[in-house]
Design a protein around this ligand. Structure first.
Ligand SMILES: [Zn+2]
Ligand SMILES: [Zn+2]
Length: 411
């Protein structure tokens, strides 16, 4: 595939690429992020697309901490980033439509995985295990949405563009057509949070849950704990602005100052009654394992989702055994968690409408990534790239407009 390349032209170009509401767009405006941590808007030509089985008109592409880390560390090649993608299908091969249970005009969320789907793959050969495919692994094959070179085929493999191509191995989930775009863009991170908090973490009605790090996934985890009826939710962090958002979702905010003992902080927030789940989205390492040993109730769980700089080197194994506790590493999400996420978002019970969204047009993607890399991002962790030109109706602008739009899409 290396001999293929896209034709890309730097701005300025005549007028915005409005693109069709059905079919394959000809040229697509995309924010292309470069290895030197810069981003420029380019027009990418779709004529040289390799393996496209359909096209997605991107409604939103939410920025994740992984994007910021990759951008900061230096991308391998020019890349249309963005892997938390929601959009409307404008073209799709009939066999994929059948396999995915979707049709042109549908609002869908993509997962970032592009698994190999070979029958001899240890992951892909097990139903629902595709997220562990080595070919799509962040630390191995890296064939995933938002990471493939912008110089391969159409280059449109990420969400930070007006359109992106769908591949035969895309993982597509249909969303309710009228779902609010800002809520819809929570589909993936909320699915992660549901998987980590409820499925791996065992949070349920009446649980006491501690979430370390009120960032993008931490806030979503507070929402997941709330959705399942946790009795007490404690959010521990350094940013009072982020903690205020967690508090709005029902968490008790706890400032984690330098030098504070995490176990003592958790004890005072829970009245010393213990915790059923500690979810670390930051990677506090030693501090969180010692706190867990002291505050976890019997059968309580410590779930580690953050890759921090400090290794987990001092686990109190006696406390672990006496408490029949579980320590689990988590990454990504199961397909079931995506369905749980969509159900909660569709039912309006996620609570995530309480988290303000910052909308970013394509022209400002680079500035926003720079701000986030510098730790100078918006107060709310919900940063959403909206690639469509201003004035383009969003999926649920009004029921009348949405109806008209659906009719047009189906033409
Ligand atoms: Zn992500
Ligand atoms: Zn595989």
């Amino acid at each position: 595939m290396k001999n293929h390349h896209s034709t890309s032209v730097a701005l300025p170009e005549p007028g915005p690429a409005a693109g069709p509401v059905t079919g394959r767009p000809d040229r697509v405006r995309a924010a292309v992020s470069l290895p030197e941590a810069a981003t420029e808007v380019r027009y990418l030509d779709t004529a040289g697309a390799i393996g496209a089985v359909g096209w997605l008109r991107v409604e939103s592409s939410a920025v994740c901490g992984t994007d910021v880390s990759l951008y900061q560390a230096g991308l391998d090649w020019p890349t249309v980033m963005g892997h938390h993608v929601v959009g409307r299908i404008t073209a799709l091969d009939p066999d994929r439509a059948l396999a995915w249970g979707v049709t042109v005009g549908d609002l869908v969320a993509l997962e970032e995985y592009l698994p190999c789907q070979r029958p001899d793959c240890a992951a892909c050969s097990i139903p629902g295990r595709y997220r562990m495919c080595p070919e799509s692994d962040l630390w191995k094959g890296r064939r995933r949405v938002g990471l493939i070179s912008a110089e391969e085929g159409s280059g449109l493999y990420g969400g930070n563009a007006e359109y992106m191509q769908l591949n035969t191995n895309s993982i597509v989930h249909r969303l309710p057509s009228e779902l609010d775009p800002d809520l819809a863009s929570w589909t993936q991170p909320f699915a992660n949070a549901v998987d980590w908090t409820i499925n791996a973490g065992g949070a349920r009605e009446g649980s006491t849950v501690v979430v370390i790090g009120p960032g993008y996934h931490g806030v979503a985890a507070v929402a997941a704990a709330r959705a399942v009826g946790a009795k007490k939710i404690v959010a521990v962090g350094r940013s009072s602005q982020r903690l205020a958002i967690a508090e709005a979702l029902g968490a008790v905010p706890v400032i984690n100052d330098d030098g504070a003992d995490l176990g003592t902080l958790i004890d005072s927030a829970t009245g010393g009654n213990g915790t059923d789940l500690i979810l670390d989205t930051v990677g506090l390492g030693r501090a969180v394992t010692s706190a867990a040993a002291g505050t976890l109730r019997k059968l309580g769980r410590l779930v580690l989702a953050g890759l921090g700089p400090v290794p987990v080197s001092e686990v109190d194994l006696k406390a672990l055994i006496r408490g029949a506790n579980t320590i689990t590493g988590v990454r990504g999400r199961s397909p079931e968690a995506v369905r749980q996420s969509i159900d909660l978002l569709a039912a309006g019970t996620s609570g995530l409408e309480l988290v303000p969204a910052t909308h970013v047009p394509l022209e400002e993607v680079g500035d926003m990534l720079d701000r986030l890399a510098a730790g100078n991002g918006p107060a709310s962790p919900h940063v959403v790239i909206r690639p469509q030109p201003a004035g383009t109706p969003s999926p649920n602008t009004s029921s009348r407009q949405a109806h008209t739009q659906t009719r047009n899409l189906n033409r």
